[in-house]
Design a protein. Structure first.
Length: 302
């Protein structure tokens, strides 16, 4: 009798455990990684877009929060930056799914790219973590466990060609917002106003520097090319001099050491220096999410 009762209890326990495992498997978002894995293997993810499923640890105002999963590392695992601000409420231990671009925690760079970062003062005060050993995610989208959107999706872009009566201008759609293309010259002249932002640039190709880099120009006031475009996953089509394209991506400063660290193929900017005669420290860099021709053909790998 006792043996039968024991077997029944064991089967019941096993069923509970299997049910919990199944629930966990169902809850896990396809393709996502844990905050702990990202923190431990950060160097493998720099410059890449990832989806992380984790719990909120600290909320640091409307533009920053941290993720944790109580793993091996002491303190929070990942710092999340939200350039457009959080549109919903976040709380400690809330489960969220964050998609965004991974970058290292370099205080000077983050302060340069995001006004709200403020030299990391809030991060230093509210968290007791050596953030130089942790990764940063610049969020493209944030969702709750129930699927509710907690920010506008400003950086994951889908570009479409829209014919209009004047020269078939193209618009770039980002979720519910539309990015109106700006010129390469405007981006070059007002670069500081765009660092850390996602923009759409319509211009002509100047120099093609292999499968991962090319320059844009519009024969404006500035001598030489206006913008250097980096294509992390490579081009899926052929580009040629004077070809008109629309490039959508994130703007960052030309800091040779940072670009060389984030992109193996940058190779200390040797190809850029050889093929162009421009002081690139005075020009912006556009890390492309999407590239389209005038006819609407997608030529950037995703």
């Amino acid at each position: 009798m006792k043996l039968t009762a024991f077997k029944g209890a064991a089967l019941a326990s096993a069923a509970v455990l299997l049910g919990a495992a199944a629930a966990t498997a169902e809850d896990k978002v396809a393709g996502s990684i844990s905050a702990g894995k990202l923190a431990k293997d950060a160097k493998d993810y720099y410059g890449r877009t990832v989806t992380v499923q984790a719990e909120v640890e600290d909320v640091l105002g409307g533009n920053m929060f941290t993720l944790d999963e109580d793993a091996i590392l002491a303190g929070s695992d990942v710092l999340v930056l939200v350039p457009g601000g959080v549109t919903g409420t976040l709380s400690h231990d809330q489960k969220v799914v964050v998609t965004g671009e991974v970058r290292p925690f370099v205080e000077a760079d983050l302060d340069r790219d995001f006004d709200f970062f403020d030299d990391g003062k809030l991060v230093d005060v509210k968290t007791k973590v050596d953030w130089k050993t942790r990764p940063v995610i610049v969020a493209h989208s944030i969702r709750s466990a129930s699927g509710a959107t907690l920010m506008s999706e400003t950086a994951r872009t889908t570009t479409t060609a829209a014919s209009t009566h004047d020269h078939g201008a193209m618009a770039t759609h980002t979720g519910t917002a539309t990015l109106t293309p700006i010129s390469a010259g405007k981006l070059a002249r007002d670069a500081r106003n765009y660092y850390g932002q996602t923009v759409s640039v319509k211009a002509e190709v100047e120099d093609v520097l292999g499968a991962n880099m090319f320059t844009l120009d519009e024969d404006s006031i500035l001598a030489g090319s206006d913008v250097l475009v980096l294509v992390p996953r490579g081009l899926a089509g052929t580009l040629s001099h004077d070809q008109k394209v629309i490039v959508t991506g994130k703007v960052r400063q030309f800091v040779e050491a940072d670009l060389d660290r984030d992109y193996d193929w940058f190779d200390n900017g040797k190809l850029v220096e050889v093929k162009t005669k421009v002081d690139w420290k005075t020009r912006p860099v556009l890390v492309a999410d999407a590239i389209r021709t005038e006819s609407g053909t997608e030529i950037a790998l995703r």
